[in-house]
Ligand binder design. Structure first.
Ligand code: ZN
Length: 150
């Protein structure tokens, strides 16, 4: 079983941020910035091109909601949303996931400078994400989100 399937089943620990019937959001173990998250399907699909369109849509909706939270609530000046598909594209874990990477400083290189998630950084990330569950619940229902981002 792959590492993400083991996290979904609770056999491996991860810092969980959000969950739906089909998805979990966890902190990346090797973050490139504070707040680097992964949106992961509960079902095993090898990559974005292997997953059914409905679940791909759900996963990207959650990723977009997280990006919106980071920009509007946490005041990140930028966010990368990316899914690596295939080893040639830099995919390392062959279970569909989407990276959500808030950018606090300018960077054109998405995966440069990865660190290791410490307990301290995880706590800081939870502080940064305070209120995100309610925010995403509202976002996914499509209500109560205003004003629109400019
Ligand atoms: Zn898996």
């Amino acid at each position: 079983m792959c590492v993400f399937c083991r996290i979904v089943k609770g056999e491996l620990e991860a810092y969980k941020v959000y969950e739906t019937d089909d998805l979990i959001v966890i902190m990346d173990k090797y973050p490139v910035s504070k707040g680097h998250l992964l949106v992961i399907t509960k079902q095993h699909y090898e990559s974005v091109s292997d997953a059914p369109p409905g679940i791909v849509g759900e996963a990207f909706k959650v990723a977009a909601g997280l990006a919106r939270f980071y920009k509007l609530e946490a005041r990140a000046p930028g966010v990368n949303i990316v899914s690596n598909d295939g080893a040639a594209a830099g995919q390392e874990i062959f279970h569909f996931h989407i990276h959500v990477i808030p950018r606090w400083t300018y960077s054109r290189r998405i995966f440069a400078g990865r660190s290791t998630l410490t307990e301290e950084l995880a706590e800081e990330t939870y502080t940064l994400l305070r209120g995100v569950k309610e925010y995403l619940d509202n976002y996914l229902r499509g209500d109560g989100i205003s004003p629109s981002y400019k």
